[in-house]
Each structure stands twice: as C-alpha cells, then as structure tokens.
Design a protein around this ligand. Structure first.
Ligand code: UGA
Length: 452
C-alpha cells in the first residue's frame, strides 16, 4: 500500500520504518528541516534501539519530504502522527493535527479515495473535527474525493518502539465505515498474521501470540488510549503508595509486588516502586483525561490521586535523603541517570529532573550523569547551576550522597567500592530499587531503597 505519515516523531518514525520493512511504500512528512536532513541521510533524530538499522534495511521503500500536499495525492492511507502538546488546562492541543489534515486535503485529487488514520493521542471527538476540516478544505477547492477517517491509537513504549510496533499486544481501530476498517486490515495484515521474517536484531518474542484487531467506534478507540495510560499510571502510583506503608511497617515492597502480581487478575507488570512515572505520555495523558472529564462536569478522583501520589513520590525520596544527611543545604548530591527511563535520551517530565530542581531549591549542589541524555537535560535544566559529569566515578567525587534515578543497565557494572571511597559520605538512595542492597552495603555504602 502507499502510505503517507505526517509527523516523524517517536510514533511516526517507528511506524514508518516498520511499515516500510513490511513492504509498504512509505513517505514520511517532517517539517523540521534539521530532522528532515538527518532522516534523508538515513540517520534517526531520536535515540531508539534498532531504528537506524531498520532505516537502512527499509530505505528502498522509504522516502522523506516536507511537502504534505505532494505526498498525499496518490496515497491510500494518510497516518497522522504529529504532536498534541498539552494546553494550560491539560487538554491535548490538536491544532497541529488540524493543520496537517488541512494541508493533506490540499493535496487530495477528485475521484480518489483516502483513509485518514489518526495515531496522535487526541481528545474525544477529534475524528469528527478532522472530517469537518477535510470536507471544508475540499469544498473550497472544488475537489470531490472520497474520504474516511479512522482512529488507530498507538501503544508503543519509548526504548521498545520497534518491538512494540512489530509485535503489538493488540491493534485498535475505531472507524465508522467498513472501507476504513478494510484499509487498516490490509495495512496491518503482515503484523496480524506475523507473515514477515523478523529482522535479526528484533526477533519475535518467545511465546508471542497473534494480536487481535479490535474494531470499535472512534470515540471508544480514542478513550481506550487514555484509559490504558491512566491505568498504567495508577498501577505504578498504587505500588508506590504501598511502598510508603512498607517502610512504616517494615515490609519489602518487592516481595509484596511479587506476591500480588502472581494473581493473573493483577499481573506482574508495572509494579516497580520507585521515583514514579515520567515521560511524555503518562503525565500528559492523565492530565488530558481529567481535562476531558472536566469538560463534562465529571470528576475522576482515582486518576487525580494517581497524579498526587506521583508528585509526592519525588518529595518522599528527598525527605528520605534528608533523614539520613539531616541537612541538605550545602551538601553535594550526585544523580545517576536523567532520562525518564532507560534506553532513551528523553527527559520530558523525568523524575530525575524534578529531583535536581527540588534539591537545588533546598540549597544542595547537584551533580548529574547520564549515558546519553545530558544534551537534552542541559536544555531542560537551562540556567540551573548543575555539574554535568562524564562518568559515574567523576560524579561520585566529593559527593555526600548519590541518588539512582534511572536504572541504566550500565550502572549494574559499576565498581561500587571504588565509588563509595570517592565520596564524602557514602550514602546511596536507590530510587528504582535497582541494586542488590547487600552488595551495595558490602561496597561500603549506607543503602536506602524505596519501600524496603
Ligand atoms: C507509555 C505506555 O507504556 C505506552 O503503552 C504508550 O504507548 C506510551 O506511553 C504513549 O502513550 O505513547 P512510555 O511513556 O514510553 O510508554 O513509558 P513507560 O514504559 O510506560 O514508562 C513510563 C514511566 O513509568 C517511566 O518513567 C518509568 O520509569 C515508570 N515506571 C514504569 C515505573 O516507575 N514503574 C514501573 O513498574 C513501570
């Protein structure tokens, strides 16, 4: 099929390379000249495991441009994957979506059929709004094209974007016409039936079973996306709340999570206590869900509470540190990891950056390290007086405490005894319950985990 993808961010790029790999002819539209230049050179503007390899393997089927109208004329499917940044009230702003759709309609030709697929996370009712924009633009141009709109929310995780695209748990399609459903069925058939040969670096997960295609109405599809992210957020907040109680009563949250996760109704995933959730999705989507509810005069106290617990979690970690050091003012604190989670250089809403801000506010001097996220962290932290260390050993030099904020696998291989000797006082707050407490203590540290 001929696919045009508008917006080459995480979702757009992962989808573009995966669909090209599966044999579709894909044109990616990116307005940012710097990103477009990189893409045309076969380089990825984002850090995502496997993406450059797949870009290379799919290059015959993949093209990039900044001309939406030109890329749309003979497309079968137009995928919208532009950003939907939060407005002041938390609601997702769809003006990039509307602009992309308006420009796409400028390229449509009479007599052709187009299916517009919304992959961006958008407020309820956006499908209808998109149809209105298309109809208005086509009428102005005097063009008579046959247009269908479908909602196809995305569930990929950063750091696992290609794996989640090629081997999804489910594919959700919200559409009002059979034509749109048929088009998406054709698009995803190689994934639904797993008929492709996996790239050597992205093997099919063991025990993977064929994903269902769930067809539903557009409104339910739009809400499925928000409900999924909100549920993940509250699962993490729940275990963090339990972790706090574990500390009071002397239980170990890892044991509690294991014990409850074995119940298939609860499940073992997303029960890792720690600093809480960050990133571009869970914080934004929970806020957007509350904004949608507010529009209808409805309250969602569970989702609200998940957000409150998540913010509190950062402060509890700082209080834990203060409990050990007594005074934070004038202390030197090292933060290991800045990305909102491992395998990405994304620092949006990263718990680590919140720690930097809280500690600086309390008068501590903060040093930081991350294997890849420092350039983005520098932009996010701006003028804050922070020292950026090249490696964890330099970071530890003269520190009164270290806080592990992102569980990078490389940190597992650190020589902790060397690190503890370089510190002023060897205190380690393990904000992700990542280390083996006994080993850390043997390396000379005072070890403080979360909920253990
Ligand atoms: C999330 C969802 O997991 C994806 O399904 C969804 O497609 C995506 O948002 C999106 O809407 O685009 P992502 O933001 O990449 O994906 O990150 P997650 O893996 O969900 O992690 C989010 C945060 O939760 C991270 O800060 C992570 O450290 C934290 N987390 C995760 C925990 O604190 N504990 C856990 O047990 C799991």
């Amino acid at each position: 099929m001929r696919i045009t993808i508008i917006g080459i961010g995480y979702v757009g790029l992962a989808t573009a390379v995966a669909l090209a790999y599966l044999g579709h002819n894909v044109v990616g539209v990116e307005k940012d000249p710097y990103k477009l230049k990189l893409l045309r050179e076969g380089k990825s503007p984002i850090h995502e495991p496997g993406i450059e390899e797949l870009l290379e393997q799919s290059k015959e089927k993949l093209d990039f441009t900044d001309d939406i109208a030109g890329a749309v004329a003979d497309a079968d499917l137009i995928l919208i994957a532009v950003g939907t940044p939060p407005k002041m009230n938390g609601e997702a702003d769809i003006h990039y979506v509307e602009e992309a759709v308006r420009q796409a309609a400028m390229g449509m030709v009479s007599g052709s059929t187009y299916v517009i697929v919304i992959k961006s996370t958008v407020p309820i009712g956006t499908g209808r709004r998109v149809m209105h924009v298309v109809r208005k633009t086509l009428a102005k141009r005097g063009v008579e094209a046959n247009v269908h709109v479908a909602s196809n929310p995305e569930f990929l995780r950063e750091g696992m974007a290609l794996r989640d695209t090629l081997y999804p748990d489910r594919i959700i399609v919200g559409a009002e016409t059979p034509k749109a459903v048929e088009a998406l069925l054709r698009l995803y058939r190689p994934i639904l039936e797993q008929t492709f040969i996996p790239p050597p670096f992205l093997p099919r997960p063991e025990g993977y079973s064929l994903p269902p295609l769930v067809t539903t109405d557009p409104t339910s599809a739009e809400l499925i996306k928000y409900a999924a992210n909100a549920f993940l957020a509250l699962k993490i907040s729940f275990i963090n709340e339990i972790a706090g109680l574990c500390e009071k009563v002397g239980a170990d949250v890892k044991e509690v999570a294991r014990g409850i996760g074995l119940d298939p109704r609860i499940g073992p995933h997303f029960l890792q206590a720690g600093l809480g959730w960050g990133g571009s999705c869970l914080p934004k989507d929970t806020a957007a869900l509350l904004a949608v509810a507010a529009e209808y005069g409805y309250t969602m106290p569970i989702v609200e509470a998940a957000r409150v617990v998540n913010t509190r979690q950062r402060h509890l970690i700082v209080e834990k540190l203060q409990g050990e050091l007594k005074i934070l003012r004038g202390r030197i604190i090292g933060i290991l990891g800045l990305a909102f989670k491992p395998e990405t250089d994304d620092v949006r809403e990263s718990p680590a950056l919140d720690l930097v801000r809280i500690l600086t506010e309390r008068g501590a001097h903060v040093k930081v390290h991350d294997p890849i996220a420092i350039p983005k962290a520098k932009v996010a932290l701006g003028e804050l007086p922070v020292d950026y260390a090249d490696d964890p050993y330099t970071l530890a030099e003269g520190c009164d405490a270290l806080i592990l904020a992102t569980e990078w696998e490389t940190y597992r291989h650190l020589n902790l005894a060397v690190i503890s000797r370089r510190m002023n006082t060897p205190v380690l707050v393990d904000g992700r319950n990542f280390f083996n407490a006994e080993q850390v203590r043997r390396a000379g540290f005072i070890y403080l985990g979360v909920g253990r």
